[in-house]
Write a protein that binds this ligand. Structure first.
Ligand SMILES: [Zn+2]
Length: 284
C-alpha cells in the first residue's frame, strides 16, 4: 500500500511497519498479492511485519481480516465494503489501530431487462424462498477455516468477455430502486467449463431462485468465492479443488439476461472487486 495513506492513531503501542525489500511495482514482489484499491468494494494490501515475526492478528469491522505470508513479509489483505464510509477507517493490528484513507468511487449505473420477471417481482412464496436461501448463503459465507489462501493472483474462472462490472447499480425492468452488482459477469456459452481459480474446498452447492445453480468455494482465512447461474455443477460440499479443477458449467439459471458466469469474492465479511485478484484487469 502507499505508506502515505497509512497513519498511526493515538495508539499506545506504535506500529512499526517493515520496509519491503523490493520497490518497483509490477515485479515478482507483487506477484501473489491482489491489486490495492482504497475505495468502497476495494482491497487494502498492508505490509504488517517481517515474515519471521509471529502471525499478526488483524481485524476490521470486528471481523478477522486476512493475513498472508508473502515475499518475506506478513501482509494484511482487508476487504472494504461497498457501503463503507469514505475517509478514515480503522484497522486493528495486534490491538493497535492503523488508519486507512478510503477514497470516493462513483460506480456506473445501468438499466437491465430480464425475461424471467418473477426474479424481479417475486410472489410472497418466492420472496420467502429468496430470504431462506439468503440466510443459507450467509451461513456458508461465515465459514472461517484457518488455512491461508495459497493463491491470491488468479486467472479468471472462465474465459470470456466481462459484460457487467462489480459495483454497478442496476435498475431491473424499470424498477426505481437499483440493486448493486456484487460480482463480475463473464459471458460464455452454456456448457463452458467453470474452474476453481485457486485451491479451495466447496462450502455450498445450491439451486437458488435469484442466482440459479450456485457454488461457493472456501479459500481459507475468510476468503470465499461464488459462482452463479451455472447450467450444471460437478462438486459436493466438502470436496477439495486444485487450481483449474472443474466445479460446473456456464448457464443461464436464475435472474439473467443470457448465459454467463457471475463471479464474486468475499473477504472479511464483504464482497470485493474480483478484478483486483486477476493478473490482467480490464480497463473501465
Ligand atoms: Zn452478475
Amino acid at each position: 500500500m502507499r505508506l502515505s495513506a497509512l497513519g498511526l492513531l493515538l495508539a499506545v503501542v506504535p506500529v512499526l511497519l517493515p520496509t519491503p525489500s523490493h520497490s518497483q511495482a509490477g515485479d515478482e514482489w507483487f506477484e501473489d498479492l491482489p491489486t490495492e484499491a482504497l475505495i468502497p468494494g476495494g482491497v487494502a494490501v498492508m505490509p504488517l511485519a517481517n515474515g519471521d515475526a509471529p502471525k499478526p492478528s488483524l481485524r476490521f469491522n470486528n471481523k478477522p481480516a486476512l493475513t498472508v505470508h508473502r515475499n518475506g513479509l506478513w501482509y494484511g489483505i482487508v476487504g472494504l465494503p461497498l457501503d463503507v464510509d469514505t475517509g478514515e477507517q480503522l484497522v486493528n493490528l495486534d490491538g493497535a489501530m492503523m488508519l486507512l484513507e478510503v477514497e470516493k468511487k462513483d460506480y456506473p449505473r445501468s438499466n437491465i431487462n430480464v425475461t424471467n420477471s418473477a426474479t424481479v417481482r417475486p410472489s410472497n412464496a418466492q420472496q420467502a424462498r429468496i430470504n431462506r436461501e439468503r440466510d443459507e448463503l450467509y451461513v456458508a459465507l461465515d465459514t472461517y477455516s484457518e488455512a491461508e489462501p495459497s493463491l491470491l493472483k488468479m486467472q479468471p474462472p472462465v474465459a470470456g468477455r466481462f459484460t457487467s462490472v462489480f459495483g454497478k447499480r442496476r435498475y431491473y425492468n424499470g424498477q426505481s430502486e437499483p440493486k448493486t452488482h456484487t460480482g463480475l459477469d463473464i459471458a460464455a456459452p452454456t456448457g463452458t467449463p467453470v474452474v476453481a481459480p485457486s485451491p479451495a474446498s466447496v462450502a455450498l452447492v445450491a439451486d437458488r431462485f435469484i442466482t440459479g445453480n450456485t457454488v461457493v468455494l472456501d479459500h481459507g482465512s475468510g476468503m470465499l468465492s461464488m459462482y452463479c447461474h451455472l447450467s450444471d455443477t460437478d462438486v459436493a460440499v466438502g470436496d477439495t479443488l486444485k487450481t483449474g479443477g472443474k466445479l460446473g458449467e456456464v448457464g443461464a439459471t436464475g435472474r439473467v439476461t443470457g448465459p454467463h458466469l457471475h463471479w464474486s469474492i468475499w473477504l472479511n465479511g464483504t464482497w470485493v472487486e474480483p478484478e483486483l485478484f486477476l493478473y490482467h484487469q480490464s480497463t473501465h
